[in-house]
Design a protein around this ligand. Structure first.
Ligand SMILES: [Fe+2]
Length: 226
């Protein structure tokens, strides 16, 4: 069977580079997407050129979760670049010029239940992002197994919560390239302003998608047990 070779592709920004001004300036947005994210995609495709043909048809998410299947000589490069690709793709979706300012519905209820209030959640998210040493990401996640409450966690480099058993609902990038042109070394200032452009509809959609996935999995278990 011929394996279909699949080049990884830079997704277009879902809005204009100026759309999140003044909170995310256009120059930062253009550099971030057109240079940084593009470089991860290019380097990922380059690394995979020497990989076994079987890996050429795998999605970025599959590679992220199956790094042990990637030859050791390119594993670090694939780990870094596929994480950079997946995380940035999620980041663009996590923001919107039409941000509503606050979650609603089941997501708002889940945030209140987990953190006590929306204000307490924001404070915890900002503190985690501010305190992360070096380059990484701050996330709102749901554990993939069990019925745990929502959590805030951070990952180093370009690691993704899926690799640790958590489903990401919302993400912000705290690498310096995400904010340094506008905010210099004031990462907390960047994190505080970011709430104005959060795409709560997308976070709610991801929570709903997670619930649907769990219901499908449970139905599957029942069918297997029958
Ligand atoms: Fe970034």
């Amino acid at each position: 069977m011929k394996v279909i070779s699949m080049k990884h592709v830079l997704p277009p920004l879902p809005y204009n580079a100026t759309a999140l001004e003044p909170h995310i300036d256009a120059r930062t947005m253009s550099l971030h997407h057109d240079m940084h994210h593009a470089a991860y995609v290019k380097a990922l495709n380059l690394a995979l050129e020497s990989a076994p043909e079987l890996l050429h048809g795998k999605t970025a998410e599959w590679l992220l979760l199956n790094l042990s299947e990637v030859p050791e000589k390119i594993r670090n490069s694939v780990r870094h670049n596929v994480g950079g690709h997946v995380n940035h793709s999620l980041l663009w979706q996590s923001m919107s010029p039409a941000g509503s300012g606050a979650p609603s519905g089941p997501l708002a209820e889940a945030i209140d239940q987990a953190f006590g209030s929306f204000a307490k959640f924001k404070a915890q998210f900002e503190e985690a992002g501010s305190k992360l040493f070096g380059s990484g990401w701050v996330w709102l996640v749901k554990a993939q197994h069990g019925n745990d409450k929502l959590q805030v966690l951070t990952t180093f480099g370009h690691d993704n919560p899926l690799q640790q058993g958590y489903f990401p609902l919302l993400v912000n990038d705290v690498w310096e390239h995400a904010y340094y042109l506008k905010h210099a070394n004031r990462r907390p200032e960047y994190l505080q302003g970011w709430w104005s452009v959060v795409n709560w509809s997308e976070a709610a959609r991801r929570l709903e998608r997670f619930g649907q996935g769990n219901r499908t999995a449970r139905a599957g278990e029942r069918r297997c047990a029958a």
